[in-house]
Design a protein around this ligand. Structure first.
Ligand code: LLP
Length: 463
């Protein structure tokens, strides 16, 4: 690996007066446990390790870029969520954040359920042995084929997202001589404090049936009339990467009010309420996420209080965290390529991946942090933008960060907190081959999703 220094870029002192950047961290070699997976540390020689393995060895064995996933951390977080909610509640891991057969097995072993939102996520879950009754099936436009597959498999619940779907699922279930357990997803009309593209409880978006104007109540009326379905609960998901609990509280309040209205109108108490996922994680040291037990306590208390006020039996609560479980457990390992200092601006550090393995920065203006992981450095901090190798200037992985000024091509850098919505949203842009997911635990590493190959890509090109 080359260790030669390159011409230094602008110094932070030159750019800080503009007020756009936070100050560099006191110690560039430090790894903030808030953003790094649980077993990450530095060896005496400065090389970062995870699960007892050196990243330099992982890069050698599996190549770069690679998602490196800390299985111990994943299991610990899954368990923490499970324990926080106890036996009177269910935790459905949201597979859209990252799904693979190994992950399904870990979830099964740790006692979590699974939320899927496509026929192929369902197929993945079933092929890894997740019992169908512990699977919830989501989606705003499930195809008849997907519905049929889910009903036939015997999924625990289908979350109905529209008036048309109420009829569709009832009809398909009836034709299969089944009675499918369903929840109705409603939009409670709260503005979640998050990026517009991942907020889902306001009215002007595609998910759910609005509470407003009595639409949710009407959906319940219709669902209760159909033989093919058994309405067991109400679902609300307000958005993603949310830190402020007040949106969940308003949602819980409104969902319970609907349960009360249903009891008053129909004389039945629906036994389930699902408050969705969406809990934020730390992408940088500035983020302060809540612990699962705090979230569980806050949500359980509000539902219990609201139900007491409405004289309802407290329904069984479920939640659907995705990012909060898998997000912090992985980092993306890259090799540094071209380094381009731009006088008076910043230094562009190009890596061997980019928007094809992490689209979140381009799509949501997401913030990430980055560290040099193949060695330590005492060089002074240099303001950098970490970019990929794709053919557009929006191909940014980390917008603003500090790396040591002696950074050189061949160094390994890693971007933490990439476990959620990175591999699952990866693309083949510029015919990039999607990176592998390498799971590490107790000194062992194994590929759980292999790197794509040129043959994989060419096999699809049948022209
Ligand atoms: N439940 C439902 C119904 C959902 O739609 C989602 C996420 C979740 C649970 C899990 O949310 P989480 O706990 O992971 O925040 N690609 C975006 C996030 C999209 C979230 C979509 N739905 C991102 O990278 O930020």
């Amino acid at each position: 690996m080359s260790r030669s220094a390159h011409p230094a870029g602008p110094r932070y002192a030159d750019v800080l007066p503009e007020g756009h950047y936070s100050a560099p961290p006191a110690d560039l070699n430090a790894l903030d446990p808030k953003v790094w997976a649980q077993t990450v540390g530095r060896r005496e020689d400065g090389v970062v390790t995870v699960g007892g393995l050196a990243v330099t060895d992982l890069a050698e064995r599996f190549g770069t870029p690679a998602y490196v996933l800390d299985e111990t951390d994943f299991r610990a977080r899954a368990r923490a969520w499970r324990n926080a909610f106890g036996h009177d509640a269910d935790v459905f891991y949201a597979g859209k954040a990252f799904l693979s057969r190994a992950v399904v097995k870990w979830l099964d072993e740790e006692g979590l359920n699974l939320d899927v939102c496509s026929g192929t996520e369902l197929a993945t879950a079933l092929s890894a042995g997740m019992p169908a009754e512990r699977i919830a099936f989501h989606g705003n436009n499930k195809s008849p084929y997907e519905i049929e597959r889910a009903v036939e498999a015997g999924v625990g619940r289908i979350v109905l997202d529209s008036f048309q779907e109420i009829v569709r699922v009832a009809h398909i279930a009836q034709s299969l001589e089944k009675r499918q357990r369903v929840q109705i997803r409603i939009t409670v009309g709260v503005e979640a404090h998050t990026h517009e593209f991942i907020a889902t409880a306001h009215e002007d978006q595609k998910f759910g049936i609005p509470l407003a104007g009595g639409q949710a109540a009407e959906a319940v009326r219709r669902a209760l009339q159909l033989d093919g379905i058994e309405l067991v609960g109400i679902h609300s998901h307000i958005g993603s990467q949310i830190f402020d609990m007040s949106g969940f509280e308003v949602a819980a309040h409104r969902v319970v009010r609907l349960l009360r209205d249903i009891r008053d109108e129909h004389g039945i108490e629906l036994p389930e309420i699902d408050l969705g996922g969406g809990l934020g994680i730390a992408y940088t040291s500035n983020d302060d996420p809540r612990e699962p037990h705090e979230i569980a306590k806050a949500l359980t208390e509000i539902v219990t209080r609201e139900c007491e006020a409405a004289r309802l039996r407290t329904p069984r609560i479920s939640v659907e965290p995705g990012r909060a479980i898998v997000g912090p457990t992985a980092f993306t390992l890259y090799e540094v390529g071209t380094i381009k200092p731009l006088e008076g601006l910043r230094t562009y550090v190009s890596v061997d991946g980019g928007m094809s393995d992490n689209i979140r920065t381009a799509l949501y203006d997401a913030e990430y942090s980055v560290a040099l992981v193949s060695r330590v450095s005492e060089a002074e901090p240099m303001l950098v933008r970490v970019v990929g190798k794709h053919c557009e200037s929006g191909d940014i992985v980390v917008k603003d960060a500090f790396l040591p000024a002696d950074l050189a091509p061949g160094d390994l850098i890693a971007v933490p907190a990439t476990g959620a919505y990175c591999r699952s949203m990866a693309s083949n842009y510029n015919h990039a081959l999607r990176p592998p997911v390498v799971a590490v635990a107790g000194g062992d590493a194994r590929v759980i999703v292999r790197r794509e190959t040129e043959e994989d890509l060419l096999r699809l090109d049948v022209g």
